[in-house]
Design a protein around this ligand. Structure first.
Ligand SMILES: O=C(O)CCC(=O)C(=O)O
Length: 260
């Protein structure tokens, strides 16, 4: 299989110019399906449809393994350097024929309070197409700086804040299961509802470096050794007691207000 362990010169140019590089194959379809099975096991355990799940990498081994997947980290290193920390993860799952969508926004919202280089990986655990509500971006919009956002609740919006844009240049970021895109925090992006018969599952990983200042949530060191005593490092990968992990994860996201 032709794995892109790192970015080609054209992909690096695409990332700089458009604010996003894609599609990058980082694992086989079969491996993506195994991660999907981990997510679906969690859904079964919670006895319901899971649409929004933050920080699963701290509590579930499959999510930890995905967030620290070598082929993902190899590409991320090329963008932010050899010291790679995982600031957070988020699963956005649009179920079949689900009206949920994501309004246009920038990710500065998550990372504005620090001076660290940052990049987000959007890993497809199912095919993410125009029909299933793939991510859409406005290429080059990362050069416009921080746009005004409002955080009004919008029915069926999977996130809570949005910005107004001219979407005529919108580009669909279609990915097959096992591929990813890497996007800059400043790129304006969003997505439309899933009109397909399958789930659209995106596993999003936000990477930073030890220059990261915000200390609210623990970070996982994925690569490098640089000192970061100012941050809380989450050292141990999750164990395999699913019931215990589910309870601890539910308590963590509730206490930190990471529920949608
Ligand atoms: O998954 C989506 O549809 C949107 C993703 C997103 O907003 C993000 O990765 O920041």
């Amino acid at each position: 299989m032709n794995m892109h362990n790192s970015l080609s010169p054209e992909q690096t140019r695409q990332y700089e110019r458009d604010g996003i590089a894609y599609p990058l194959r980082v694992m086989s379809t079969g491996e993506a399906h195994r991660f999907r099975a981990g997510f679906e096991e969690l859904e079964t355990c919670l006895s319901g449809k899971l649409e929004y799940a933050a920080m699963t990498h701290l509590y579930f081994r499959w999510a930890f393994d995905l967030a620290t997947w070598p082929q993902i980290l190899n590409a991320v290193e090329e963008i932010i350097g050899p010291d790679v920390l995982i600031q957070g993860t988020l699963i956005l799952c649009k179920h079949a024929h689900d009206p949920s969508f994501v309004t246009w926004h920038q990710d500065f919202h998550y990372t504005i309070e620090n001076s660290s280089p940052t990049v987000s990986a959007w890993v497809a655990l199912s095919n993410s197409t125009r029909g299933s509500g793939c991510m859409r971006v406005l290429p080059g919009s990362q050069r416009e700086g921080l746009l005004p956002h409002s955080d009004a609740l919008v029915k069926n919006n999977m996130l809570t804040y949005s910005t107004q844009v001219d979407e005529s240049s919108a580009m669909n970021i279609e990915l097959r299961a096992g591929e990813m895109s890497l996007h800059q925090a400043g790129i304006v992006h969003g997505s439309l509802p899933n009109q397909s018969d399958d789930k659209r599952i995106g596993f999003i990983i936000r990477f930073v470096t030890p220059r990261f200042k915000k200390t609210v949530n623990p970070v996982v060191r994925a690569r490098g050794k640089k000192a970061c005593q100012h941050l809380t490092l989450w050292d141990s990968p999750p164990g395999d007691n699913l019931d215990r992990n589910v309870s601890a994860w539910k308590e963590f996201v509730r206490a930190r207000n990471l529920l949608k």
